[in-house]
Design a protein around this ligand. Sequence first.
Ligand code: NAD
Length: 501
Amino acid sequence: MIDILDRLGLSPISSGAWAGSELPATDDLISSINPSNGQVLGQVSMATEEQYEQVVRKAEEVQREWRMLPAPKRGEIIREIADAFRAKKEELGMLVSLEAGKIRAEGQGEVQETIDIADFSVGLSRQLYGLTMHSERPSHRMYEQWHPLGTIGVITAFNFPNAVWAWNAIIAAICGDAVVWKPSLKAMLVAVATHKIADDVLKKHGWSGLFGLVIGRDNTVGDRMIRDPRLPLISATGSTRMGRHVGAVVAQRLGRSLLELGGNNAMIVEKDANLDLAVRAILFAAVGTAGQRCTSLRRLIVHKDIVPQLLPRLQKAYAQVRVGDPLAAGTLMGPLIDAGAVASFEQAIATAVADGGTILAGGHRKEGNFVEPTLILARPDMHIVKEETFAPILYVLPYGTLDEAIAIQNGVPQGLSSAIFTDSFRAAETFLSHNGSDCGIANVNIGTSGAEIGGAFGGEKETGGGRESGSDSWKAYMRRQTCTLNWGSSLPLAQGITFDI
Ligand code: NAD
């Protein structure tokens, strides 16, 4: 372990406050715990309010210069940041596995996502396009342009401790913004390592401090951040409970928020689905990351005629899932993040059973934070089915008609990711129509998790409505300005109004 920290340039005790460079560590230390074995991986000191001030002031100072650097020049620096993450992919991915419990392939995959978004952003730096409009007035030109917003506050969840920072920070930097990041206290070392990799590149070019890091408690640093009028945008990823609070506080000061909150994702399996594909997709989406992705599959809506075929195949596949050390070869599922997550897993199963659910596979805690991937035959009206439990529990919900299936799919408060497995063109298009899925992500013959960075990522309803990553998500990090220029020698007014003396 010390070896991984060493390779990433981290000491056993890190400061939680980085204004580019590391600020002095305080005495208020919190340990980072490996969820697989309870061992302490390292310690981080909690940022104080004064340190928070230092980080924000530094970010603001750097941003005033950075915003004047042409965007393609910013892109050249981001290209080097992409290469720096490439060079550290193996060790950073391993740290993700050690601290967040992801299996090796998923830890590496998370860092790859950061590299991908940085590569994408290099091209984006030449594509921050505005529209031109035809003015109704003669000899007038009208267009819109995009300016940087300023310094952005980014709050991240434990389950993507590296990539969610990148979705926000790298795009924001291309847009000319600075970023102050408050990561989860459950994945602090990945945050420090991520920050260091990016800041080492920035330092080389004289831009250290463009990315700031504050690791601290929600009631000191977190609350200060969301109330801070110097941060025009707060991008927050986490539970719906957190989003409700953050959204309300930011709205109160008329700031902008970009919310990426909980999901309760479903897959519809039609009668004509290719079950070989469906079983593999279900397994990865429901069991991958131990069910701790916002896009994890939580509800399987299966046509009643194929329930007898599909369930035995799933039960067999579930029995073969190897649960254990995330870095061991052959492991498909690591631990839950902590004892609280295990308690939520056990409580959800007990509630489902008490409400008439039948356990078809798993259902138990193994040891420590390891649990069995679990399948439960349930009903869509069960209260627990409408909640997001951040664990590998999949509720199987039989249906009769496609309309009924879509109603079940949409009948929850969350609206992140959805999928249908079918070989019917009509069923697929119905699912994608205005009468179909109400989610931000809708897939055909692909599972609910594992989105590509090129698309806009996010969801509707209680998922918060935010969009991050690809497509035109960059617009959230900029302010739009409409400009009208008169190059004639008279002053015509819009709407034909005359106002002559
Ligand atoms: P969480 O809500 O407990 O914490 C998320 C972040 O919010 C942490 O950094 C936490 O410290 C911070 N926070 C909490 N209260 C705050 C406050 N009052 N002020 C400022 N910051 C505050 O979530 P978690 O357990 O870390 O992550 C799991 C949740 O995140 C799940 O619900 C999952 O669906 C969601 N998630 C959503 C997406 C998405 O893109 N939609 C992605 C990843 C995770």
